[in-house]
Design a protein. Structure first.
Length: 239
């Protein structure tokens, strides 16, 4: 579980964009369940996919849910040029930073959109994303508790960020992974963002009924630490 009062991320700190092409079967994904965060993972996904039918984003932090809703409202009413001009405005960024509601690093991804925010790199992607906002449902609450309310074999993709690094979920890891596995469709995928050693994490998932489909491992690098978090990305399927 996460402290409800923690700051939120305005933009993602996960450089997932280059991992997306590594997926096989992306075109089969119809239903997605994931951590809300700043919404950017699903924004990037929807910007390049039209087949998705429904997306459920969950976060225990009210500010994270509000951030996603605010960005959707802002993007709906803005053109590609207008939104990029606004986001490049240092005064606008400074005003948000002053509130201390969002982590200071929340705005660094704006300097590396191709890695973090691909939906902001072309007008075509941005406009495609805008057409699909109605597919997104934002839910405030505990990620796994809310997942229990869905039918088994329901989701084609479940996206977890830092969930299985957190001690409150790790203490019941086998039970929680059993829950996640039960909610995945037959050919569904589990996307895991983790700061732990990727090999060790893969062993844990393999011991609980999963096998890796793709992996992008990152270790701490002092030269990149000023602008990149050393997350690794795992894509798994159930067996």
């Amino acid at each position: 579980m996460t402290n409800k009062n923690l700051p939120a991320w305005f933009f993602t700190n996960e450089a997932l964009v280059n991992f997306l092409p590594a997926w096989t079967g992306r075109e089969e994904i119809r239903k997605i369940y994931g951590i809300a965060g700043g919404g950017d993972f699903v924004f990037n996904f929807l910007a390049e996919a039209n087949q998705v039918e429904t997306v459920t984003l969950v976060d225990i932090r009210p500010l994270s849910c509000l951030t996603v809703k605010t960005k959707i409202d802002l993007f709906k009413r803005s053109s590609f040029t207008e939104i990029n001009n606004l986001l490049a405005d240092k005064v606008w960024q400074k005003s948000l930073k002053k509130t201390k509601q969002w982590y200071p690093d929340s705005f660094k991804p704006l300097t590396r959109k191709a890695e973090y925010l691909s939906y902001l790199t072309s007008e075509e992607k941005f406009e495609n994303l805008k057409k699909q906002f109605s597919k997104i449902k934002i839910v405030e609450g505990d990620f796994l508790e809310k997942l229990k309310s869905f039918d088994d074999d329901y989701f084609d993709l479940i996206y977890t960020s830092d969930i299985f690094d957190h001690e409150n979920y790790c203490s019941c890891r086998a039970e929680n992974l059993k829950l996640v596995r039960s909610k995945m469709s037959k050919n569904g995928s589990l996307l895991v963002v983790t700061q732990n050693q990727s090999r060790e994490m893969i062993k844990i998932f393999e011991a609980n009924g999963f096998q890796p489909k793709a992996c992008e491992a990152h270790c701490f690098n002092i030269f990149k630490a000023f602008w990149r978090y050393d997350y690794s990305f795992l894509l798994l399927e159930k067996i």
